[in-house]
Design a protein around this ligand. Structure first.
Ligand code: FAD
Length: 572
């Protein structure tokens, strides 16, 4: 395509306004580049807006200052053992080296600020080098009102994560809401966030007190606005404009027609990976292709496809798996549409719940990470139908802890039974028959599990053995915070399916995010970051923040490279 007749010109064109793209755009602007962002959707945030917003940054200063020690050397050892020395080792080295300073850079120079999570165990503390605290950070809550009318431009969280149709709550809020009658401070906190929400609703379609991933993307967007970086909405990239073998710019569709945009320092692909692209799902997902995805529906693999068109390398060879997983249950929303609830941390680890396959047999330590749970589903499915798997508990469990999108304190399950979200029966046998699971198998599994609950030792799968298990369990339950008998009906069953929260396979890059061809040479003028970039974790899931950490660190490196501010060689 001709390299003249440009409609617009910038130093850097960033494609996609999720956490990765917005970080690259923000840093490039701070480093003096003239930046333009084009976003396919009508709002910023992508999958990041619906995420928990946690970043895994070993050695971060915020945690150290709060008194949580950590060692990046231990983290390196942990990753080496978890992932394997030969996989993306240079990316990992640089990720660990730069992570803390990237967070400091953002915290000092922008409104993208973070808080330490404190105790938040890595997901495999049975591997040497795993940490218990000091590695996970979360964005500070954000006041959406600061964005003025552009608050509407922030993609909202999934409805399943909202209270009263629009109030966001983080972990601290949930603890306070559940304990509101037990302490004055919890009561005050609950009243204050609820009143704030009710006042918000007089002016806004949802609460403006943003937490987790929504706070992260709103903070990035707010900082971009302060830097006067323009974002073109409903403006997907459609093709590159090349000069010889270099990318000189791109064509972007927009409500005003196609725009030819010159990008003197390069084009950054940050379109969130191939989640909703059938061809790539079939090519890369190693198992039975999952039906569901938690990724933003605009993530249709445009970046990967365009890069492949320029002979970029995209393959799954260097990955343990193609994606990062979570079990999800399928909800019925008020408007009749289907939603997905990711079972990340709230229910599986609690005492009094097991997961079984169609034979009624347990197949996993239910309290492992969401990623490991789905990996176990796939392993179990090789011999027994485990798609879906079934979460089994008593109705008392649901009232106490909640189950999926059903909040704790729910006593009446009738709506959820009617719309098929849960199945309930007085006896385990009839429950099994209703959901098509082997009844004898289920009864035996529950009987055996109940014995483990008595001793506190799960001899089959070790539920409660990992720090992560206990972290998400119920500390008031003994002898094991993750084990309690399932003995009194009515009993409840909920189906869970695999879905990805992000892709791991992506475009091969060097640690500066420069897109690489099969022969290892870089395509001049083309970068990738976020889930468009082949993950530095190679499909392994070390701890909370496995995708957002790299999205932000490598987004920063892309910008620094485009601005000629990073050491020339990765080893420096
Ligand atoms: C429920 C849930 C919880 C999660 N929690 C965490 C967590 O706590 N920590 C963590 O590390 N990860 C978490 N994740 C995963 C994380 O959200 C994603 O991995 C992350 O958002 C990926 O960032 P990204 O910028 O690459 O993509 P996205 O956030 O998906 O953004 C991509 C953007 O690109 C845009 N786009 C797509 N195609 C085009 C195009 N052709 N032109 C222009 N724009 C385009 C999209 O519209 C979108 O806005 C979670 C995910 C879910 C679903």
């Amino acid at each position: 395509m001709a390299t003249n007749n440009w409609d617009k010109e910038a130093d850097l064109l960033v494609v996609g306004a999720g956490p990765a793209g917005m970080t690259a755009a923000l840093v490039a602007s701070l480093e003096g580049l003239d930046v333009l962002v084009c976003e396919k959707a009508a709002q910023v945030g992508g999958t990041g807006a619906t995420s928990a917003g946690t970043l895994w940054i070993p050695g971060n200063i915020q945690s150290r200052e709060a008194g949580f020690s950590d060692s990046p050397e231990d983290a390196a050892q942990y990753l080496e053992q978890l992932i394997g020395g030969d996989r993306a080792s240079e990316h990992r080295r640089i990720y660990l080296r730069d992570g803390p300073s990237v967070i400091d850079y953002l915290s000092e120079r922008t409104d993208v600020k973070f808080l330490p999570c404190g105790l938040h165990p890595d997901y495999r503390n049975n591997i040497a080098g795993a940490g218990l605290s000091g590695r996970a950070i979360i964005p500070e809550n954000f006041d959406g009102r600061l964005l003025g009318k552009d608050f509407e431009r922030v993609r909202p969280p999934i409805p399943e994560f909202l209270l009263m149709g629009g109030m966001m709550v983080g972990k601290v809020d949930i603890i306070n809401l559940l304990g509101r009658y037990k302490s004055l401070s919890a009561f005050r906190h609950s009243v204050s966030i609820t009143l704030r929400y009710l006042v918000d609703r007089l002016r806004f379609r949802r609460g403006t007190r943003l937490v987790m991933g929504n706070a992260l993307v709103a903070r990035l967007f707010y900082s971009l606005k302060k830097q006067n970086v323009p974002v073109l909405f409903e403006a997907p990239i459609s093709e590159f404009v090349c000069e010889g073998e270099s990318v000189a710019g791109a064509v972007v569709k927009s409500p005003d027609g196609a725009l030819r945009i010159r990008a003197k320092k390069g084009v950054v692909l940050a379109t969130g990976g191939f989640a909703h692209n059938k061809k790539y799902r079939e090519a890369f997902m190693p198992h039975l292709i999952p039906i569901y995805s938690m990724a933003a529906d605009t993530n249709t693999g445009d970046g990967v496809q365009l890069a492949e068109g320029l002979s970029a390398r995209v393959n799954a060879d260097n990955h343990q798996g193609a994606a990062f997983w979570s079990p999800v249950s399928v909800t019925k929303r008020k408007d009749g549409s289907e939603g997905l609830y990711p079972h990340l941390a709230m229910d599986r680890a609690k005492p009094g719940l097991i997961a079984v396959n169609a034979a009624g047999r347990r197949f996993v330590n239910e309290a492992v990470s969401y990623h490991d749970f789905v990996e176990a589903m796939y392993r179990s499915h090789e011999t027994e139908n485990t798609l879906p798997a079934w979460l089994i508990c008593e109705t008392r469990f649901v009232t106490r802890y909640g189950l999926g999108a059903i909040h704790p304190e729910t006593k009446d399950l009738s709506t959820h039974i009617k719309d098929g979200y849960v199945t309930v029966a007085e006896e385990l046998r009839s429950l099994a028959e209703k959901i098509g699971v082997d009844a004898e198998g289920l009864e035996n599994s529950v009987k055996r599990h109940n014995k483990f609950a008595e001793t506190g030792v799960d001899q089959d799968f070790g539920k409660g053995d990992l720090e992560l298990n206990r972290f998400n369990g119920d500390a008031s339950n003994s002898p094991n915070p993750c084990l309690a008998p399932i003995e009194r009906g009515p009993f409840v069953a909920m189906a869970v399916w695999p879905a990805e929260i992000g892709c791991s396979v992506g475009i091969a890059t060097d640690p500066d995010g420069r897109v690489l061809r099969d022969d290892g040479s870089a395509i001049s003028g083309l970068y990738a970051c976020g889930n468009d970039m082949s993950s530095a974790m190679s499909g392994a899931y070390p701890g909370p923040g496995t995708t957002l950490g790299p999205a932000i660190v490598f987004g920063w490196r892309v910008a620094m490279h485009a601005a000629d501010k990073v050491p020339r060689t990765a080893a420096d």
